[in-house]
Design a protein around this ligand. Structure first.
Ligand code: HPA
Length: 292
């Protein structure tokens, strides 16, 4: 990581610590387009606007709320899940560079989060995926042409981190079981991460399908690479807000993406809350201490 990013993270972590005290959840969730409503179910102990955290820009994308929420997500049965939610993310298409797109996730890692669920609305490419389906990520294609690990001096972290198992099978299995218990079936898929902001052409979607992509979006990969590099264990839950271009019978529309995702919030909320009863999350049911 670049030294200036490390410094910025330390300053941002100090600003959060001043609001939360030393105790902070060990589970984090990034809420993608239209999915910020999950935070409405959290009994929030702390809610910090991004503008109060140095280094964390406000979000310009529709359906992103620009706040960090730390609190407890209550489950219908079983224990609550202490979580830190990034309600809104930063995309390359907003003009952010790879470090800025990864800043929120790196901040969670700096604050002691060890397990992270990355959510996003996506277009469905694979023929058995439909609008309204959820898919867990089993791998990704970084087609953005950049990486948050670029830079002259990596410091103590590995220069060439292994990316064989970015998406954690154990966390993913736990989320799949939580989905089964709450009535939401989760498929699995490979995410193609593009820069956007234009949606894809039908020819690009055919190319992505040939490359092995099942779903497509404009986020996720910068966060995933930075999180793994920082040693976090991650799972990805994508919501198919639409069929991809050329498969969809109607033109794609960002307002529709957000509306469809917002309708999926109750299912996603129930699923995440139910994860607290899964062994993979059982060690995280107490807050940790923010590292000095
Ligand atoms: N393409 C890219 N990003 C998306 C899509 C899509 O079809 N749907 C939601 N995010």
């Amino acid at each position: 990581m670049k030294p200036e990013v490390r410094l910025a993270l330390d300053r941002a972590a100090d600003a959060v610590r001043r609001r939360t005290g030393a105790s902070f959840p060990r589970v984090g969730v990034v809420l993608g387009s239209g999915l910020a409503g999950v935070s409405d179910a959290v009994a929030s102990e702390v809610e910090i606007p991004y503008r109060a955290i140095p280094g964390l820009a406000g979000c310009t994308a529709p359906g992103h709320r620009s706040r960090l929420v730390a609190g407890r997500l209550p489950a219908a049965t079983g224990p609550d899940l202490p979580v830190a939610l990034l309600c809104g993310r930063h995309h390359l298409y907003e003009g952010h560079d790879a470090d800025s797109a990864a800043f929120g996730v790196r901040l969670l890692g700096t604050l002691g989060v060890r397990k992270l669920v990355i959510t996003a609305a996506v277009g469905a490419i694979r023929s058995d995926l439909h609008a309204g389906d959820f898919a867990l990520l089993r791998d990704h294609l970084n087609l953005t042409g950049t990486s948050p690990l670029e830079g002259a001096e990596p410091g103590p972290e590995p220069r060439f981190p292994d990316m064989t198992r970015v998406w954690d099978p154990e966390l993913s299995a736990a989320l799949r079981r939580a989905g089964e218990r709450t009535g939401t079936e989760l498929s699995t898929g490979v995410y193609a991460g593009l820069r956007g902001p234009q949606f894809e052409t039908p020819a690009e979607i055919r190319m992505l399908a040939a490359m092995g992509a099942d779903v497509v979006g404009m986020s996720v990969v910068m966060e995933a690479i930075a999180a793994r590099h920082a040693g976090l264990r991650i799972a990805g839950i994508t919501f198919c807000s639409n069929l991809a271009a050329g498969i969809s019978p109607v033109p794609l529309d960002a307002a529709h993406v957000n509306e469809a995702a917002a309708r999926a919030v109750p299912r996603l909320t129930a699923l995440l809350a139910a994860a607290a009863s899964e062994p993979a999350f059982a060690g995280q049911l107490r807050c940790g201490t923010i590292p000095p």
